[in-house]
Design a protein around this ligand. Structure first.
Ligand SMILES: Nc1ncnc2c1ncn2[C@@H]1O[C@H](COP(=O)(O)OP(=O)(O)O)[C@@H](O)[C@H]1O
Ligand SMILES: [Mg+2]
Length: 208
């Protein structure tokens, strides 16, 4: 697993957050994250094995990303999902834009609810071979702003990856929020637990 170096003072010497010496090595002295690293659980994240097992039935994973919002990520993700499904592929579309989930609205799925079974959370099916999962299905009012700190967002993304019962998929398309932040690090790390994403599509528009 790739370890992200969180300490800004001595990046090259930072032992990494999952190291047994996290927060305790000489390079950690004075780092603002020292006490967090020293007290956090060490070693590989146990969730990663569960995620890897879940991802085993997914042949290809594609992330859709951008530096800023409103450039067409969700539109592109939805179109790509429909295009692949129309070719007869088994497709899953996962919306991890926790603060602005737009996939339910775009696909006419507002008000749909997620059902649970002993196999996990069942996604919402647009067609037999097109399954959709979004935080939007879990919010009581789609117009409410979601104001969450990083750890809570990471927790939900992990839960999506662990608990959604996609079954066998040819493609899982992940519609990400704008930027390069918590959600992106979490999804990249979690997907890597099984096999890394096949690629990322970066959506951009010209600056005017
Ligand atoms: N290729 C395009 N040309 C023109 N408008 C677009 C295009 N793609 C998306 N849009 C519009 O831009 C707006 C933002 O798109 P959206 O897919 O929600 O962006 P993001 O997910 O990056 O925030 C929407 O109103 C959408 O209809
Ligand atoms: Mg979007």
């Amino acid at each position: 697993m790739h370890t992200f170096k969180l300490c800004s003072r001595s990046l090259t010497d930072c032992p990494g957050t999952s190291s047994q010496t996290a927060g305790k090595s000489a390079a950690c002295a004075g780092c603002p994250n020292q006490s967090a690293c020293a007290t956090a659980p060490k070693g590989p994240d146990p969730d990663l094995a569960v995620i890897a097992a879940r991802m085993r039935g997914i042949k290809h994973k594609i992330l859709v990303l951008s530096g800023k919002g409103g450039v067409g990520k969700s539109t592109f993700s939805a179109q790509l999902a429909f295009a692949l499904a129309s070719k007869g592929k088994e497709v899953g579309l996962l919306d991890i834009d926790i603060c602005g989930p737009s996939i339910p609205k775009m696909l006419g799925l507002e008000g749909q609810e997620i059902h649970q079974s002993n196999l996990g959370w069942s996604p919402v099916y647009v067609e037999d071979n097109l399954a959709v999962m979004s935080i939007g299905f879990m919010l009581p009012n789609p117009d409410d702003a979601v104001i969450w700190r990083g750890p809570r967002k990471n927790g939900l993304i992990k839960q999506f990856l662990k608990d959604v019962n996609w079954g066998e998929l040819d493609y899982l398309i992940v519609d990400a929020p704008p930027g390069t932040s918590d959600e992106h690090i979490t999804i990249a790390q979690c997907l890597q637990a099984s096999s890394p994403a096949d690629g990322a599509v970066i959506v951009s528009t010209p600056q005017v």
